[in-house]
Write a protein that binds this ligand. Structure first.
Ligand code: DX5
Ligand code: ZN
Length: 217
């Protein structure tokens, strides 16, 4: 069970301070949301932010690329220090090739599906990935409400993984994860939990992370 706070809800002017608080607070990964204003209707960060964070934390950097044609950016983010690169199934006609590129760079490959994309769409790429990210909101903004239809998708992924011994991936969830929703997704089989607004909404990220952990461990 891994808690991955999203820095989308951090105080950007004090990013190093907030990242240090997440690390001291027991975060397992740092989730970094990259947005290009095309694939999603919002803008957030470039590779410089990932490169700037790399030397100031020992947490693995879980980079979520919400960009069109991610193959144009994979190498940049790998060089910047990403440990995992998540790319959307919907973001390129060449998802297979893009995931191969990530693996060839020695980075963990993760494929993401939007709320409107069925698990069945992933059948050909599951053997390539170390992680599947099931979006539990429409991507683009923090602070949205969890979409319960995603629970069934997590269960389907667990079934596929059980039925095929060669498949080996984590199941990450992202969007609307808080004290009310985390138990449902954990029970369905998710094991990596992104949380943005919940972690930062109170004064103590440490307390918020602990609250989430206590609910699932
Ligand atoms: C949304 C991003 C999320 C976001 C989650 O597009 O991918 O990572 O930061 O924020 P919350 O936890 O507030 O839903
Ligand atoms: Zn994200």
């Amino acid at each position: 069970m891994k808690i991955a706070p999203s820095i989308l809800s951090a105080d950007f002017i004090n990013l190093q301070r907030d990242v240090a608080a997440l690390e001291a607070g027991g975060a397992d990964l740092l989730h970094i949301d990259v947005m290009d204003g095309h694939f999603v209707p919002n803008l957030a960060y470039g590779p410089q932010v990932v490169a700037a964070l790399r030397p100031v934390t020992t947490l693995p950097l879980d980079v979520h690329l919400m960009v069109a044609q991610p193959e144009n950016f994979i190498e940049m983010f790998a060089k910047a220090g990403a440990d995992t690169l998540s790319i959307h199934y919907e973001s390129t006609p060449h998802i297979y090739h893009a995931l191969q590129m990530i693996r060839q760079l020695g980075v963990n490959a993760s494929v993401v599906i939007n709320p409107g994309t069925p698990v069945a769409a992933l059948s050909e790429v599951l053997p390539l990935v170390q992680q599947v990210l099931v979006m539990t909101v429409n991507p683009g903004f923090g602070g949205q409400q969890f979409l319960p239809a995603s629970i069934q998708k997590i269960e389907q992924l667990v079934q596929l993984r059980q039925a095929t011994p060669t498949l080996d991936f984590d199941i990450e969830v992202d969007g609307g994860i808080n004290a009310q929703t985390i138990q449902q997704v954990a029970a369905a089989g998710a094991n990596v939990f992104v949380a943005g607004s919940f972690v930062f909404e109170a004064n103590s990220p440490k307390q918020q992370i602990q609250t989430l952990r206590d609910l699932i461990e």
